[in-house]
Ligand binder design. Structure first.
Ligand code: FES
Ligand SMILES: [Fe+2]
Length: 378
């Protein structure tokens, strides 16, 4: 778990680990807003820790500890009453700040002395975000290009490999021509040539350039774990795409994706119909996980898969799972085309070392007017 000057442990994210402590210094998406109705509570597992998320009758979302202070029942199975949460076992009731406010079976209540931990929460771009670190949360980053008119779609997908593998994949544009050789990437000009990679550190994280003869694709990493890029959708064309890679534990993570297109009015209805058809088609196909299992067992080659709406995701799933549950990053032999991987690791390493040595760390700032470009439609 130690951070060495050369190679930190990017994979362990539990409480007290260097990478886990670093990730907890930022707002993280934890749940899709639309899936959390008023009066509902759900369990969350993030970075190896358990929490309870609930939405009060006022529609405000709260994040508190997973267990009741009395005898440890899970609070996610409790009852939401107003904006409070009552434990299902003996009715101890907590407000959104974690303060116990009622102990119905106790003739002499000592509720005022009982408190569970609560965490700041707010909603943005279709997700509940929480701040799970110590002290005051940082300024909440906004991306204006993903707000306002147009269709916003969000989804959470669970992935069975470490968040850092996915984060590195997020900055790696070179793999398109190999992993996604047979995909819609070819239809939109992303695979015509292997891009020349450039990147630099910025006030918010990292800007990366994928230079091709005709165009340069510009994307960003918002530190520590969010990719902001333009992604092509078969039905929507180019979309603003934000993907946060949030660890569930060391070896699995959730990708929280917010996708914004300029579609409005009747176009949305038509799109949703086509999307429903694509969903219905997917439901008839073997699941992406099972397909990936078969490819990894050598029973199928990824190029033999017929086109399907989730093909790009399966291609990534296969290569990233193939790196193993705890990839030995110190053995990697990086080349010039890995410039962005090297920079990302250097930034993480520098911050983790500063954190371990109690030195001041960089204060990241996302300019709300940040934009992306494919260069391709210009
Ligand atoms: S365990 Fe929660 S009230 Fe008893
Ligand atoms: Fe990919």
């Amino acid at each position: 778990m130690a951070v060495t000057a050369h190679f930190p442990d990017y994979i362990s994210v539990g409480p007290g680990t260097p990478t886990g402590t670093f990730l907890r210094k930022f707002w993280q998406p934890v749940y899709e807003s639309a899936r959390l109705g008023a009066g509902r509570a759900v369990p969350l597992r993030i970075m190896g820790e358990d929490f309870t998320l609930y939405r009060g009758q006022s529609r405000k979302a709260f994040v508190v500890d997973s267990r009741c202070a009395h005898r440890g029942a899970l609070l996610s199975i409790g009852r939401v009453e107003g904006d409070t949460l009552a434990c299902l076992y003996h009715g101890w009731t907590y407000d959104g700040s974690g303060q116990c406010i009622a102990q119905p079976p106790e003739k002499r209540s000592f509720a005022s002395t009982v408190r569970i931990r609560s965490y700041p929460a707010q909603e943005y771009l279709g997700f509940v975000f929480a701040y799970l670190g110590e002290g005051e949360p940082p300024h909440f980053p906004r991306i204006l290009a993903a707000e306002g008119d147009g269709l916003l779609e969000v989804r959470e997908s669970r992935r069975p490999y470490p968040f850092f593998s996915q984060l590195e994949n997020s900055v790696d544009e070179v793999h398109f021509n190999f992993t996604h050789r047979q995909s819609t990437f070819s239809d939109v000009g992303l695979n015509d040539e292997i891009p020349e990679i450039d990147c630099k550190e910025t006030e918010y994280g990292l800007i990366r350039y994928g230079k091709r003869t005709e165009a340069t694709r510009v994307s960003h990493i918002l530190m520590p774990n969010c990719l902001y890029s333009k992604v092509h959708d078969e039905l929507l064309g180019w979309t603003e795409h934000l993907s946060w890679r949030v660890p569930i534990d060391d070896c699995t993570h959730s990708s929280f994706v917010a996708k914004k297109s300029s579609l409005v009015g009747e176009g949305i209805e038509e799109y949703q119909k086509k999307k429903e058809e694509a969903r219905a088609l997917l439901a008839t196909l073997e699941s992406s996980d099972k397909v990936a299992d078969r490819v990894l067992r050598g029973e199928l080659h990824i190029d033999d898969l017929p086109h399907r709406p989730d093909l790009v995701m399966i291609q990534d799933l296969v290569v990233l799972r193939s790196q193993g549950p705890r990839p030995a990053r110190e053995k990697d032999q990086l080349g010039a085309s890995d410039k962005q991987i090297r920079l990302l690791r250097q930034m993480f390493t520098r911050e983790l070392v500063a954190q371990t040595e109690n030195r001041s760390m960089k204060q990241w700032r996302v300019p709300p007017g940040l934009t992306t470009s494919t260069g391709l439609e210009d």
